[in-house]
Design a protein around this ligand. Sequence first.
Ligand code: COA
Ligand code: ZN
Length: 316
Amino acid sequence: MTLPTRVTLCEVGTRDGFQIEPEFIATDDKVAVVDLLADAGVPRIEVTSFVSPKAIPQLRDAAEVMARIRRRKGTRYAALVPNDKGASNAVAAGVDVIHTVLSASESHNLANVNMTVAESLAKMRGVMEIAARAGVPVQTGIATSFGCPFEGDVPLARLEWVVRELVDMGARAVGLADTTGMANPRQVTRTLEHLMPRFPGIEWTLHTHDTRAMAIPNILAALELGVTNIDASIGGLGGCPYAPGASGNVCSEDLVHCLHAMGVETGIALDRLIATARRVEQIIGRALPGQIIKAGTSDRRYPVPDGVAARLPRSA
Ligand code: COA
Ligand code: ZN
């Protein structure tokens, strides 16, 4: 396998994860989780989103969360926005980077942001202008890049068209999102092999959901092609309110464990990340899908069972 030496992880649990929690999570707890993630060395955090509080009531405290987090040097704090109003609010709240969202498929975009893709693209122009005026970089994300829960296949030509529109309006960083876990590793390879040479100089991010247990295989496919920006969520929190059956993102601590085991650096202290996942479990009051939190890391050792030690051959 050809892997990069280093991967930059963007933690999205406090946005993609928290947004579907039905019980309001106290602002103090949200702030505490963001600070713990930063203390663990997470280089990028999608802290929250600036969206309609009617659409996502859980994140109605976005500005307050942004105001109260401790800003660690070395961590870039982002927020997700769907339109110009969100961009203005995000800039006012002092984000380091704006993440935008629109879907490649019409039905998902209408369900998620109540706009056609063309209407969303028009809004993105406004977002870009606001961000440029404020000197804030933008990463444009494309939901349902690998399939739509309503429409099925999203043709590569369609995805390419959306990327082209975004790049033509100035996008330099593009996130491809597998919103409902429909992608498979060969499809990720095919998609990136198609897009990367057509859009040279673009910084690509892969955003996965582990809905069908293919998130890490999909990430490996992207890493082999040189993508080094990967979204993940603490404990595997996450879902999409407008995508039936969607489940959490790839689990941050599971992914970091996998990368470190292969000698790929992340700059993240895995023990601190695991401790943060435990804290998140306490906050939301249920066990999360992450595996490492249950199994321990692969260097965990158990005492040799009774009767086995005495029978071990001398050389063992
Ligand atoms: N932040 C806060 N409020 C916003 C907003 C934003 N970014 N954008 C619009 N609003 C407000 C408007 O001011 C208006 O308020 P009012 O009723 O008090 O006048 C109201 O929302 C309706 O505005 P409108 O432009 O008609 O929006 P809409 O009802 O068509 O909703 C979105 C469009 C994009 C704002 C909404 O669908 C949304 O926030 N979606 C985000 C969904 C999401 O986060 N999904 C998960 C991420 S993948
Ligand atoms: Zn997502």
